[in-house]
Design a protein around this ligand. Structure first.
Ligand SMILES: Nc1ncnc2c1ncn2[C@@H]1O[C@H](COP(=O)(O)OP(=O)(O)OP(=O)(O)O)[C@@H](O)[C@H]1O
Length: 273
């Protein structure tokens, strides 16, 4: 199915060629407590699928929240598409594991809601919602209520809603954690296909090694400390058009899983997580 998405929005960051999100020597913490993350440097390139993998409580969500403009660092260089982040960053989409579809509204209305709240006109909402529903293969379910959808369809609805702004960066915080293994596998393949099709840049958070190995172009292990940091970086050799069914039984995949497992184990030992 050939679906095209409009490129970046007029007047925003269309012509920025550098990293979408970049931090250097970042220190961040809460209240009077010591830094959660210290001296973190990382970046994500356009079109990249980057995963932050680390133990619980090490600061992965904190990095997503920083990109979303929900937190400010104590110190360090932070840029989004080459600019400072001022307040809530509306150039990101954010998907978590929570099912936040409104139960009394159709799929179509749920997906279009962020645009309606922004005062976008009905015709434009209809056009963009139709495009997104097609992208996530939910056109046939547009007029159903969330309670009439399967778990996977609801995830696809949430994905469509978090992409409706055509965000420069899609933030995903353990979006499939609540699904059973079979459905997760299916969602992994669908997500990768969807983001490949439109060149979407993704920053994904998980503590699941297999999920990180399957989905990512690059994995950063977060941990150590406190304060924690980026412990290691792993470029995965599978290419964008990976075949998920072949990949997961291959020797190369087993090797990458082992590499990530060892790195994660090292991060756990280095920190108190
Ligand atoms: N608003 C806040 N106020 C105080 N402490 C916070 C706040 N948000 C996060 N923290 C603390 O910062 C640390 C990192 O939290 P964060 O949610 O980023 O970790 P995480 O790696 O995403 O964990 P998990 O995998 O369990 O979701 C934790 O110790 C958490 O308790």
């Amino acid at each position: 199915m050939a679906v095209t998405m409009k490129k970046a929005k007029a007047g925003s960051n269309d012509f920025h060629d550098g990293p979408i999100f970049e931090v250097r020597n970042l220190h961040i913490g809460f209240g009077d407590a010591p830094d959660i993350l210290g001296d973190v440097s990382m970046s994500i390139e356009k079109g990249e699928f980057l995963t932050l993998l680390g133990p619980s409580g090490c600061g992965k969500t904190t990095i997503l929240n920083l990109a979303a403009g929900l937190l400010t660092p104590r110190s360090g260089y932070v840029r989004f598409a080459g600019k400072d982040i001022k307040g809530v960053n509306t150039d990101v989409g954010y998907m978590t594991q929570d099912d936040t579809l409104l139960p009394w509204q159709s799929v179509r209305k749920n997906v279009g809601l962020p645009l309606k709240l922004r005062g976008v006109g009905k015709d434009e909402i209809d056009e963009r919602v139709n495009r997104l529903l097609k992208l996530v293969d939910l056109t046939h379910a547009a007029d159903l209520l969330p309670s009439q959808l399967s778990g996977g369809m609801r995830r696809r609805g949430l994905l469509a809603r978090s992409m409706i702004y055509e965000p420069l960066l899609l933030l995903m915080d353990e979006p499939f954690a609540a699904l059973d293994a079979q459905l997760r596998h299916q969602m992994h393949a669908e997500l990768r296909e969807t983001v490949n099709r439109i060149g979407q840049t993704v920053m994904f958070v998980t503590h699941d090694i297999a999920e990180a190995a399957k989905l990512s172009d690059r994995v950063l292990i977060v941990g150590g400390g406190p304060p924690g940091g980026i412990v290691s970086e792993h470029r995965l050799p599978f290419g964008k058009d990976r075949d998920f069914d072949k990949l997961r039984f291959s020797d190369e995949f087993a090797r990458v899983e082992r590499e990530l497992d060892e790195a994660l184990h090292g991060a756990r030992k280095a920190g108190k997580h």
